[in-house]
Write a protein that binds this ligand. Structure first.
Ligand code: PMP
Length: 284
């Protein structure tokens, strides 16, 4: 059975989900997106994803063409129609089609394009959560508004491709000697005093919804969590490291640039945070 895709108010088989070649999302990456995890048929942290979507649209002067209630319905219908038990829902909103291909966009809005589809994938029992991942460091060559979740992801694609070519699972990005984040995740380290450290929010990183949830739960658990910049060297000397995103939740990092973290074993705190995160997310 083919997957059902949501496109501009209609649910259609994926083969029929087609958009204009003049769509600004296609021509200019003039589009925002969100990815929400689904576990046991439930949406995880949807409110956070919706709030970030609103912010991304606002930052780009793109009017959000759908209400929160309708968007929740679309997500639930996609889960139902595609019999999605576990995986992800991808949502993209573009500034719509304009055959003039003018770089500037009219301030009076053209109809936007809204697309959403499901991805069946293992979230809870993903093998990387048990065995951890290896990462390599690459220069962060992205633009200066990484806080907006746009589909301009070519730098991230290149970073991941480079990592895979080097035999690593993923890449972490370095700007001015400091780690910004993962190629599609936020990045954390744990130092010898069990202090969890992650880069503070700024235009250099995406305000991850999973990151936000981890900070909150660490505080609730009485764990020490600090938002500050740290270098690649500090990360390599850390007791533990992990990445976070809706796709991975938390995956331990067991090596950076072929140097072992925690002697190449999954760290206790990373494991504990993942367990608590899952527990809380499912109870909501
Ligand atoms: N940073 C980047 C660059 C990302 O692409 C992602 C995932 N899209 C994240 C962080 C994590 O964000 P979230 O926890 O909301 O999935």
């Amino acid at each position: 059975m083919s997957d059902i895709v949501y496109l501009d108010s209609h649910f259609v088989p994926k083969e029929q989900a087609k958009i204009s070649v003049f769509d600004r999302g296609f021509l200019f990456a003039d589009a925002v997106y969100e990815v929400t995890a689904v576990i046991d048929g439930q949406l995880i942290d949807f409110n956070g994803h919706f709030q970030r979507l609103q912010r991304s649209c606002k930052e780009l002067g793109l009017s959000l063409p759908i209400t929160k209630e309708l968007l929740v319905d679309v997500h639930h219908e996609l889960i139902e129609k595609n019999n999605l038990h576990e995986g992800l829902i991808y949502l993209q909103i573009t500034r719509g089609a304009d055959s003039s291909r003018f770089f500037d966009f009219p301030s009076s809005s053209v109809p936007s394009t809204i697309v959403a589809f499901v991805q069946h994938s293992t979230v809870v029992n993903h093998p990387n959560a048990k065995k951890g991942i290896s990462v390599i460091s690459v220069e962060d060559i992205r633009w200066q508004r990484c806080d907006i979740k746009t589909v301009a992801l070519l730098a991230a694609c290149l970073a991941k491709h480079h990592a895979h070519q080097q035999g690593a699972d993923d890449a972490i990005l370095i700007k001015d000697g400091y780690i910004t984040e993962g190629s599609s995740s936020n990045f954390f380290i744990v130092n010898r005093d069990n202090e969890i450290i992650t880069r503070p929010l700024s235009q250099d990183i995406l305000p991850g919804i999973t990151r936000q949830a981890i900070i909150q739960l660490a505080q609730e658990e009485g764990l020490k969590i600090t938002e500050r910049r740290f270098t690649l060297d500090e990360a390599k000397k850390a007791k533990e490291a992990f990445i976070s995103s809706a796709t991975t939740l938390i995956w331990p990092v067991i090596s950076i640039d072929n140097e072992d973290i925690n002697q190449g074993a999954v760290g206790h705190l990373s494991q504990r945070l993942r367990d608590i995160y899952l527990d809380k997310a499912l109870k909501k």
